[in-house]
Design a protein around this ligand. Structure first.
Ligand code: NAD
Length: 321
């Protein structure tokens, strides 16, 4: 069995490798070659922790496994370690023997950023110039850094519920040499692409904050009850997702579906656009919306890529197990 510890991931994994792995597995999911297992998520009644498993099998890439972990809200304050903690396990699909154990914390951020980037590549207008960020927390920085590589963006605009956090994303824009401006939500009308990545339970971005032709990636809503954008926005948009079953139950589409504004059949898989079986954006004026709920196969895809890189570079730890 191979081990790739968390400490080695930053030096091994690149944004390009994460992007390729996620794009490939979204395509495999839409082709019916890969599927996610039902998600387990439990409040364990200890340290206020949420713990669970996300797993799946990709028959085309022969990747089988799961991510185990969750959220320990007291970690940072009590122990000085980050609140999100996860580990990915890969198994040999021919024998069931464990193949690898990989640190999953940084990979989670990279695979989540890769998902919105894949949506921008396939759904945003090619001439997109202004990118709007809603959210300025841990994930937002990864999201912006990856998204800036997808188009020739000339300006970053940002809004956050806690304005004091905005320098987090301003720093990323500055590093990329792109000017940054803090705006009110109404100011999002100048954006060609908007990414929302917050932990909100009520919408910030309303339908009339979004101009025609915009691509919106909703990345924060991954649990029942969370919501970042007005449900009416989904009714106005062509809606895409990583996995339809998750989108309508734990993703942003849960609210529009519950209110009868859209139906399950109105939500398409981003993988189908990648495979060319769905047209994706069909006009310059269309609003496209990607509901990125986060699937186990994304974690397995980036973990498998990191194991290959660790083996290539001779730093995977081999354990007789
Ligand atoms: P974080 O705690 O670092 O940042 C939270 C962000 O939400 C901040 O910008 C904060 O200002 C904002 N926020 C908090 N309360 C708000 C409110 N009431 N209204 C509007 N905004 C509010 O968290 P993070 O690690 O950046 O994660 C952000 C979200 O992304 C979380 O909900 C997390 O569960 C989700 N997430 C999704 C995926 C996925 O695959 N889709 C993966 C990882 C994380």
């Amino acid at each position: 069995m191979l081990i790739v510890p968390e400490r080695d991931i930053a030096d091994l994994m690149t944004r390009d490798a994460a992007f390729d792995a996620v794009e490939r597995v979204f395509a495999a999911m839409a082709a019916g070659d890969a599927y996610n297992f039902p998600v387990v998520r439990e409040a364990i009644g200890h340290e206020e922790a949420l713990y669970g498993f996300k797993g799946g099998f990709d028959q085309s890439g022969l990747t089988l496994g799961l991510k185990a972990g969750g959220y320990w809200p007291n970690n940072l304050e009590k122990r000085g370690i980050i609140n999100h903690q996860s580990t990915i396990f890969l198994f040999d699909p021919d024998t069931g023997k464990v193949k690898a154990m990989i640190g999953g914390n940084l990979l989670t951020a990279l695979r989540t950023a890769a998902a919105s980037s894949v949506s921008i590549k396939h759904l945003a207008r090619p001439d997109a110039k202004v990118i709007g960020m809603i959210g300025a927390g841990h994930q937002a920085t990864f999201q912006l850094r990856a998204a800036l590589e997808q188009r020739n963006f000339e300006k970053v605009i940002g809004w956050n519920y806690h304005p004091d956090m905005l320098p987090n994303i301003e720093k990323i824009a500055t590093e990329a040499g792109v000017p940054f401006e803090a705006v009110e939500l109404e100011g999002m009308r100048q954006a060609d692409v908007i990414i929302s990545i917050t932990s909100a339970f009520a919408p910030s971005l309303m339908a009339d904050h979004v101009a025609p032709g915009t691509h919106v990636a909703c990345m924060g809503t991954d649990t029942k009850g969370k919501q970042e954008v007005e449900a009416a926005l989904l009714a106005k948009a062509a809606v895409f997702t990583d996995e339809v079953a998750q989108s309508i139950t734990i993703g942003e589409a849960q609210h529009a579906v519950a209110q009868g504004l859209i139906a399950e059949a109105d939500v398409a898989q981003l993988g189908a656009v990648i495979n060319g079986t769905d047209a994706g954006r069909t006009s310059e004026d269309q609003i496209t919306l990607f509901d990125g709920t986060g699937v186990g196969l994304q974690d397995l895809a980036v973990a498998a890529a990191v194991v290959d890189l660790a083996v290539e570079q001779g730093i995977a730890i081999e354990v007789d197990f």
